[in-house]
Design a protein around this ligand. Structure first.
Ligand SMILES: O=c1[nH]c(=O)c2[nH]c(=O)[nH]c2[nH]1
Length: 299
């Protein structure tokens, strides 16, 4: 007999915008998010017996997102995720866990004639801030914060030599190359007891630190490899944000190939003379790592 071994359900791609209007100064602050909520619990019969009794409709979940957004802070997104998760597990006795994912999109204030504009914003890149949370009944809140789609490039200060060589190796060693990646960085927080504890944490400060560290180390490290540079980033975030237990990075190595132009009148464009390159869309390297405070057993 087959069995339902796992189930969760909810509403994805709920788009949300909230404006905070400071009446005194006339300055508006805007936040745009895409929210997903997924509920777990005693919902088996909805699947196995066509019983909709336990189903908190996905439409209800969507309406709840709007109402909670009106009544509570949605920034930082970590706090809003915990508020939503707490609502679902506290309101419905048969719901035992709520997964909330929030993607926060960039709206950066415009500078007009050298002054920050009170109510006009622009999208400065595709970078997103992501929060993944799970609130479990009587077991607290687990939160992971992320930066995704942050595209960076350095035109020098990166080498790759001394790697293993055998009969399959074609790649020459290089002491000066272009390094480019689209940063995906995540940091997992210690388990929080409840929403009250979540509310005390400076998530925006931590996001800023993680982003600054990523950019500073990317720019300043005399990179031996993607692996070595990303490890330094992880170490530094753990050192700077005590409530973070684990940091992970996923970095594609976006290759830029030298083009030999010597066929054209002996034009020099390789080695130290290389200035025109061919950016590659694929294939690309893909390097992962997780840096944890306490090493995990490999067993
Ligand atoms: O930083 C790098 N790490 C690698 O593992 C690797 N492999 C490769 O071909 N180029 C690079 N660069």
């Amino acid at each position: 007999m087959p069995q339902l071994s796992y189930a969760k359900y909810g509403k994805d791609n709920v788009r949300l915008y909230k404006v905070d209007k400071n009446e005194k100064t006339g300055v508006h602050t805007v936040i745009e998010q895409t929210v997903c909520t997924l509920l777990e619990g005693d919902i088996e019969t909805a699947y196995t017996e066509a019983d909709n009794g336990p189903v908190v409709a996905t439409d209800t979940q969507k309406q709840t997102i709007y109402i909670m957004a009106k009544q509570h802070a949605i920034d930082p997104p970590e706090q809003f995720a915990a508020t939503l998760g707490n609502h679902f597990v506290k309101t419905y006795p048969h719901i035992h866990a709520a997964h909330v994912k929030i993607i926060q999109h960039r709206w950066t204030r415009m500078t007009i004639d050298g002054k920050p504009h009170p109510h006009s914003f622009f999208r400065d890149g595709e970078e997103i801030r992501v929060v993944e949370s799970v609130t479990r009944e009587n077991q607290g809140v687990d939160i992971k914060s992320k930066i995704e789609k942050l595209l960076v490039l350095k035109s020098t200060g990166s080498a790759f030599y001394g790697f293993h060589r055998d009969e399959f190796t074609r790649l020459p060693e290089t002491w000066d190359r272009i390094l480019s990646t689209e940063v995906e960085a995540g940091w997992k927080w210690k388990t929080f007891k409840d929403v009250a504890e979540v509310k005390k944490v400076d998530f925006n400060g931590a996001w800023q630190r993680a982003r600054d560290i990523t950019l500073k180390i990317f720019a300043e490290d005399n990179s031996a490899s993607v692996q070595a540079t990303m490890y330094k980033m992880g170490e530094q975030i753990l050192a700077d944000v005590p409530l973070v237990e684990e940091v992970d990075y996923a970095l594609p190595n976006k290759h830029y190939f030298e083009i030999d132009l010597s066929w054209y009148k002996g034009l020099k464009n390789t080695g130290k003379d290389a200035t025109v390159f061919a950016p590659q869309s694929d294939p690309n390297g893909l390097i992962y790592c997780t840096v944890a405070r306490t090493p995990k057993s490999k067993l």
